[in-house]
Design a protein around this ligand. Structure first.
Ligand SMILES: Nc1nc2c(c(=O)[nH]1)N[C@H]1C(S)=C(S)[C@@H](COP(=O)(O)O)O[C@H]1N2
Ligand SMILES: [Mo]
Length: 225
């Protein structure tokens, strides 16, 4: 029984260590900064450079999402805007794509040590939230995902930084591995704030809400500097 418990504890530890999705971990033996393995991960139509910056492939070599890569059926998909809002909303994929679009070159940093620089395109989270009109006392935004993952961000940071809700990476439709249909581009925040496969945006007054990784000990601010 004791040994069984020890193995169990060890297993949990390993699982937690492996916690974050990985990209760029096989970039060894590279000549010009791009290994063969990385080379193979670019999809045909994706752009690789943006204004002199090399873009990383939109697809990583392995996946460590909490329940694996989610395949979202866009015909039945809806995005719910819930919580402290004047008018709860249900949006279809195309309705988000119809909003004004913004492009940003931003690097995702995972706590595991890898990063990925990608050209993101999407709608402003502000524009989506404004459709539902946040109540006065809303100060946090909780993102709920198809795989049961959650994470949150302060509303003021979303507004001040003009954070986007991306549906495109390096000029291609966001791949499933990156969160199709939508990923939160949580600028200046660690990877675990970049909710993928988001299907609900909840306005809340609970500034201390802790999402999946935050509950397991990761810092709730998650600032990269
Ligand atoms: N729905 C969902 N979103 C998630 C995760 C997850 O497991 N499920 N993992 C997070 C973590 S820890 C990181 S580092 C990034 C990884 O994104 P990428 O592997 O697609 O680059 O997604 C974040 N968003
Ligand atoms: Mo991560």
């Amino acid at each position: 029984m004791k040994r069984f418990l020890a193995v169990l504890v060890l297993l949990c530890f390993i699982l937690v260590q492996a916690g974050c999705g990985g990209q760029n971990q096989d970039d060894s033996g590279n000549t010009d900064g791009v290994s063969q393995a990385t080379e193979g991960r670019y999809s045909e139509l994706e752009i690789r450079d943006y204004e002199g910056t090399r873009l990383d492939p939109s697809v990583g070599p392995r996946d460590n999402s909490i329940s694996g890569i989610q395949e979202v059926d866009i015909a039945s998909y809806t995005l719910e805007i819930t919580g402290l809002v004047k008018q709860k909303m249900t949006l279809k994929y195309d309705e988000v794509l119809a909003l004004p679009s913004y492009e940003k070159l931003i690097t995702l940093h995972c706590v595991e040590g890898w990063d990925a620089t990608v050209l993101w395109k999407g709608a402003l989270l502000k524009d989506i939230i404004d459709l539902a009109e946040a109540d006065e006392d809303a100060n946090s935004v909780i993102f709920h995902c198809v795989d049961g993952y959650t994470t949150s961000l302060p509303l003021v940071e979303i507004l001040e930084k003009n954070m986007i809700f991306a549906y495109s990476s390096n000029n291609i439709t966001l791949p499933a591995s990156l969160g199709f249909p939508f990923i939160v581009v949580a600028e200046d925040k660690l990877g675990y704030k970049w909710a993928r496969w988001v299907n609900e945006i909840e306005l809340s007054s609970n500034a201390d809400y802790r999402g999946y990784w935050e509950q397991r000990g990761y810092d709730n601010e998650a600032d990269i500097n």
